[in-house]
Ligand binder design. Structure first.
Ligand code: 3H9
Length: 703
């Protein structure tokens, strides 16, 4: 038998083990081997039932994602055909689902008439996260097994369903007592089936999925959900496929599913989301670090500053059972911080995401102090104090005095020079930047700033720690603003300048949200604080001293105390959370344009798109060329997970590749030549972009 599956006949049972590490992805070779093994079992008169299991425990993570977009994805035997054939074997098949059955892996289990899990089993149809829909029968078979509503919910959310819930829903028929007993329990199940003369496939609980579904179910579902889908294609295709399950007999439903799947697979959105999937896995691979790099233990964490940021950071550790001590200068600030954390957990309790007991467990892991001496036994200290170099340096001098040798000293700065912070300590090798994004307990991005002297084991430890608290850690070198905020600068610059030239904040934001960004530049600044943005910009004033005219609008709003949402006025006016245009801001822009001799004119949406996006892309390419970012996929992850760039566009670098690097370059040159002094000042193409286009490259890489 092929080495991709193990095959054994024991006591009238054929045991077929999937053996393609690491996750039994159902690429063409495994599909062929599985089919061959099943045919062999089917034609062997000594075999009366078949058990399919994961040879190393894990059942299957689905189709092989690396095959999508290439002829291999449907190379013979293709997955839908293999699974259809399995449903037609005349012997009972039992899927023994160890650990995971995802996507095509769950579809394989659904093609088996019987399914057993273990307590740690999780099942799901996460195809939507790849811009796809289940394409090997899932959209047709799952509704017939658990009903339309539950099936649709699983496919639209892409969520993993834990074992107990899978049992309640009827996705698995029973659970083994433990993972170790799974195969033995599956064999026992198969023997029971043989003994009772059970059919190869039992009848389906929801054989007519339309039955019992309200006549207006699909219509109502669409009205409720569609606004959240924005311009994403995959949810709409999932929806159509499930609708087909209600309208068409199985065979025609499967054909419809296949057509929809192929449409999804060929889409740019799926290509972009697949890029993101692999970028997330690549981001963990950092030169100079591998499995042999030693790790430092992190059993206790300290956070300096119990404000919104410090509190949010602390919650990440309490959530995974690591004790955290919060340090503040004043007792009342500390109390406020801890109360705020309790309130935030309280909201999760109200939403049913956390139990009261879990809230108390987490709060019990959090303690407060006003005394640096209490940080002496912390393994990792994260400083989250005011964003000013001198203040942070003072904190690090103190940490250097009080922390134990080998403690990792991290700064949560969003823009300052980590080398200069490390330099005030006697142990710069232990210093690193850990830039959390607000709200720090929610946002998945963690920029890990690898300073000049940061030791390899410090970097490796923080990367692992980042993943263990559920973040996507991305390594950045040291520069002003690191990857994310440095790119924000030219992107926001264009937005501000366009308002001086005649666009309105709402028009600029509308173009950006029209691309499915979570929010436009001005909404984001109002949320983050016009004052915060001013202070960051001010710290970098020397770098833009040659022309900071575009900042004048933000500077004046700051001077007027219009700090954004928190003061009810910023680039917009607010009533509660509701945002309205503010004609005072337009009048201010008109006055400033006059003073700065900027000619006002109607600005079209295409220009807003090009100027904001091309400048964002240009800066990203420059960062790659400077080695601040290790790869273009890292830049995409930063903008998707930290700045609300839509994952289905793949991040700004992937967006540029899909848009055409030559067109981006031509656009930058066009504005360089057509915007007078301003254009000549700011629209300089990144040399790497010029080199890539000259070399005829269509992907962004360092050359
Ligand atoms: C599908 O099934 C379509 C069908 O409906 C229809 C078809 C016609 N393929 O994440 P990890 C690799 S769509 C290829 O680091 P973890 C991954 O790249 C699929 N490779 O580990 C990595 O490689 P490397 C639906 C895959 O423990 C290594 O395995 N399924 C696949 O943190 C380890 O992965 C999904 O969307 C794959 N399917 O997480 C599930 N899966 O070491 C996608 C993983 O070279 N996978 N790899 O970097 C996952 O969600 C996670 O990988 C999983 C493990 C939870 C399984």
């Amino acid at each position: 038998m092929n080495s991709l599956v193990t095959y054994q006949v024991e006591d009238n049972l054929a045991l077929i083990g999937l053996a393609r590490p690491p996750v039994n992805a159902l690429g063409q070779p495994l599909r062929a081997a599985l089919l061959q093994a099943c045919e062999q079992a089917n034609s062997d008169p000594a075999v009366r039932a078949i058990v399919i299991f994961g040879a190393s425990g894990l059942f299957c993570a689905g189709a092989d994602i690396t095959e999508f977009g290439s002829p291999a994805s449907f190379a013979t035997p293709n997955l839908p055909d293999v699974l259809l054939r399995l449903t037609r074997l005349d012997k009972p098949l039992v899927a023994a689902i160890g650990k995971l059955a995802l996507g095509g892996g769950l579809e394989l289990a659904l093609a088996c008439g019987y399914r057993i899990g273990e307590p740690q089993t999780r099942v799901g149809l996460p195809e939507i996260n790849l811009g796809l829909l289940p394409g090997a029968g899932g959209t047709q078979r799952l509704p017939r097994l658990i009903g339309v509503q539950a099936a649709l919910e699983m496919m639209i959310s892409g969520a993993q369903v834990p074992a107990k819930r899978a049992l309640e829903l009827g996705i698995v028929d029973r659970l083994a007592g433990s993972a170790e007993h799974l195969l033995a329990s599956a064999c026992e199940y198969a023997r029971e089936l043989i003994a009772s003369g059970a059919p190869a496939r039992p009848s389906e609980p929801f054989a007519d999925p339309a039955k019992g579904v309200a006549a207006d179910f699909f219509e109502r579902y669409c009205v409720e959900q569609e606004p959240r889908w924005k311009s994403r294609l995959a949810p709409r295709l999932v929806f159509s496929a499930v609708q087909a399950a209600c309208l068409l007999p199985l065979e025609q439903g499967l054909a419809r599913e296949l057509a929809l799947f192929k449409q999804a697979e060929a889409s740019r959105q799926s290509e972009a989301l697949r890029h993101v999937f692999f970028a997330e896995r690549e981001a963990g691979k950092v030169p100079g670090i591998d499995a042999s790099t030693p790790l430092r233990p992190i059993a206790k964490v300290a956070v300096i500053g119990a404000g919104t940021m410090g509190g949010g950071i602390a919650m990440n550790f309490a959530n995974v059972g690591i004790p955290v001590i919060l340090l503040e200068r004043q007792g009342d600030a500390l109390d406020r911080g801890l109360t705020q954390i309790r309130q935030t957990y309280g909201i999760s309790v109200k939403r049913g995401k956390l139990s009261e007991a879990q809230l108390e467990q987490r709060m019990a892991l959090l303690s407060g102090t006003l005394d640096y001496a209490d940080l002496a036994d912390a393994d990792l200290v994260i400083e989250a104090v005011f964003e000013k170099l001198q203040i942070k340096q003072e904190v690090f001098r103190t940490l250097d005095r009080v922390c134990k040798p080998g403690a990792i000293l991290a700064t949560n700065t969003s823009s300052l020079d980590v080398d200069q912070i490390a330099a005030v300590t006697s142990r710069p090798q232990d210093v690193i930047g850990l830039h959390f994004f607000s709200p720090a307990n929610v946002m998945r991005l963690l920029e890990v700033v690898n300073a000049r002297e940061t030791a390899a084991d410090v970097l490796a430890t923080t990367l692992k720690m980042g993943r263990s608290i559920g973040k996507i850690p991305v390594v950045s070198g040291v520069c002003f603003g690191f990857i994310g905020n440095r790119m924000l600068e030219p992107y926001a610059r264009e937005a501000h300048r366009l308002v001086l030239e005649g666009a309105t904040p709402a028009q600029v934001d509308g173009v950006l949200t029209g691309l499915d960004l979570n929010m436009g530049v001005f909404t984001m600044l109002d949320l983050a604080g016009v004052d915060v943005n001013f202070l960051v910009r001010d710290a970098n004033r020397a770098a833009i001293a040659h022309d900071d005219s575009y900042c004048r609008l933000g500077d004046e709003l700051y001077a007027l105390g219009r700090y954004g949402q928190k003061t009810g006025r910023g680039f917009y006016q607010y009533e509660g959370r509701e945002r309205h245009n503010d004609y005072e801001v337009i009048a201010l822009a008109e006055r400033l344009a006059g003073e700065l001799h900027v000619t006002r004119r109607p600005v079209d949406d295409g220009e807003i798109h090009a100027r904001c996006l091309f400048m964002l892309i240009n800066e990203g390419i420059q960062l790659l060329d400077e080695g601040i970012a290790l790869r273009s996929g890292d830049i995409d992850l930063v903008w998707i997970n930290g700045y609300g760039f839509p994952a289905h566009l793949g991040g700004p670098m992937h967006y540029a590749e899909q848009y055409g690097l030559d067109k981006v370059l031509a656009g930058i040159r066009h504005y360089r030549d057509s915007l007078g002094d301003y254009g000549r000042m700011w629209f300089t193409p990144a040399p790497l972009l010029e080199r890539l286009v000259a070399a005829g490259k269509t992907t962004i890489e360092r050359i």
